[in-house]
Design a protein around this ligand. Structure first.
Ligand SMILES: [Zn+2]
Ligand SMILES: [Zn+2]
Length: 279
């Protein structure tokens, strides 16, 4: 049985529409998928409607929320969320808006510093993905204001740079609580590179974390085994998926190719108190 619990649509930075993603998963013979767009649940209703024409495929409504830790970003997945929950929808919309506002303000600061990039060009470079500092760096690079991506950060838009602007932050714990309040199951995404993972897990389990991504693109068998043990120790459900974005690139893993076991889906359904119909 093929399962994929981490998929993106064009409701965030994926390429396929929710309908096309569902059709593709059905074509590949998947039995369970979760739609997990970045900071958005806007694709869920369309995916669920599309799934009605594929009785062998079940779609789990999900989300992937970007959160901040002292040395970087941590992503929190949420499964079986109530995607119509007003607090969830409002909070995600505010987070998305704060990213755009922040990038726009950084362009203004750069302009005042004599760096002549335009907001329009930055948006073009970001295309459908959520606009951020990498796109500002690209705009500066193509205009020759800097000679490397790194220079953009050290000279202008790094934390101590003159064009830096803070954005609204959310901690992993706050994201887990937000998901739980919307009836969902919080699951920590691609944890291999998270600094002080054990420490973070201990905190998140207390905030209602139910799972850990164990089967993920680039995780070799020893890493998978290590993460499985970690999940067992914290009584977390081992989850996983391809993190498919529909880029059509050689390096991208196919939907359903990560070997997520049925037992993980069964555990998630049991935890969410949903009936699991196996066809
Ligand atoms: Zn992620
Ligand atoms: Zn993802």
């Amino acid at each position: 049985m093929k399962i994929d619990l981490h998929l993106h649509t064009n409701a965030s930075d994926g390429v396929l529409s929710p309908e096309r993603l569902v059709a593709r998963a059905a074509e590949l013979g998947l039995s369970f998928i979760a739609i997990t767009d970045h900071d958005s649940v806007e694709g869920i209703a369309l995916a669920l409607a599309a799934a009605k024409s594929h009785p062998d495929l079940q779609v789990i409504p999900g989300v992937e929320i970007s959160t901040d830790v002292p040395r970087g970003e941590v992503h929190m997945l949420g499964y079986f969320i109530n995607y119509q929950d007003p607090t969830l929808k409002d909070t995600l919309a505010r987070l998305r808006l704060s990213r755009v506002e922040r990038a726009r303000r950084m362009v203004e600061k750069l302009n005042r510093l004599g760096v002549g990039i335009t907001w329009q060009r930055v948006q073009e470079l970001a295309q459908d993905s959520s606009v951020g500092r990498p796109h500002l760096a690209l705009a500066m690079l193509e205009k020759g204001y800097i000679t490397s991506h790194q220079e953009a950060f050290t000279k202008y838009i790094g934390r101590d740079g003159p064009a830096y602007v803070e954005r609204e932050k959310m901690t992993p714990r706050e994201a887990a609580e937000l998901i739980a309040r919307a009836g969902g199951l919080p699951v920590l995404a691609h944890p291999a590179d998270i600094p002080s993972l054990e420490f973070l897990l201990a905190e998140l389990v207390g905030a209602g974390l139910v799972g850990l991504e164990v089967f993920y693109d680039g995780y070799a068998p020893p890493k998978v085994r290590e993460l499985k043990h970690l999940a067992e120790r914290h009584r977390l459900i081992p989850c996983g998926g391809s993190d498919y974005h529909g880029l059509g690139a050689d390096f991208e893993r196919e939907i359903g190719s990560l070997g997520v076991p049925l037992s993980s889906v069964q555990a998630l359904y049991a935890r969410a108190q949903r009936p699991l119909a196996l066809s």
